[in-house]
Design a protein around this ligand. Structure first.
Ligand code: ADP
Ligand code: MG
Length: 157
């Protein structure tokens, strides 16, 4: 079995937020615990493409934030290429990149520009980046003709 890219065991994440009960007056808002992830276990092998499809509010963004070290799990462990998102956060950051369509900046850039941005950020300044990026985007199934179009013009899927 190959080394997993992602390995998650028993991860739970809850948020505290103020909520109004149905029918309660507007000023009566109580602190409620909202569980975003219930005991998630997941293993993703390296060298492939994985999608996570679940309804809105089911915790996808919370999971990605945990894997990107922007949030910490309440319990459980999450590892990226063997690095723990809590105790080895700096190493995890060196191995992940997240492109969020919500962030205004990234969607103005094309897939190629997003990849070069990440590549430079991670200290790569070598020649042959274009060829490598085109190769990677092809493996990911991206049609060649959209590689230089701003992401906001592309289908999210
Ligand atoms: N910072 C937060 N504070 C309070 N509740 C949150 C926060 N982030 C997410 N949630 C809640 O956690 C649940 C999962 O949210 P999210 O991870 O954004 O789901 P998805 O990305 O699958 O739509 C939702 O009910 C959401 O309202
Ligand atoms: Mg989301």
């Amino acid at each position: 079995m190959s080394k997993p890219a992602i390995e998650i065991q028993g991860v739970r994440k809850a948020f505290r937020r103020r909520e109004r009960e149905a029918g309660a007056p507007w000023w009566r808002r109580e602190w409620k615990v909202k569980v975003a992830l219930h005991e998630l276990g997941l293993r993703v092998d390296a060298g492939g493409v994985t999608d996570i499809l679940r309804p809105n509010g089911s915790g996808k963004s919370t999971l990605i934030r945990i894997l990107g070290t922007l949030l910490t799990p309440d319990v459980g462990t999450a590892k990226v290429f063997g690095w723990d998102v809590v105790t080895d956060a700096l190493q995890v950051r060196r191995h992940v990149n997240r492109v969020s369509v919500e962030a205004a900046f990234f969607k103005e850039l094309s897939p190629w520009e997003n990849m070069v941005y990440a590549s430079r950020l991670y200290g790569n300044n070598s020649r042959g980046t274009r060829r490598r990026v085109v190769e990677i985007l092809e493996v990911l199934g991206m049609p060649k003709d959209v590689i230089d179009q701003p992401m906001k013009q592309l289908s999210r899927g």
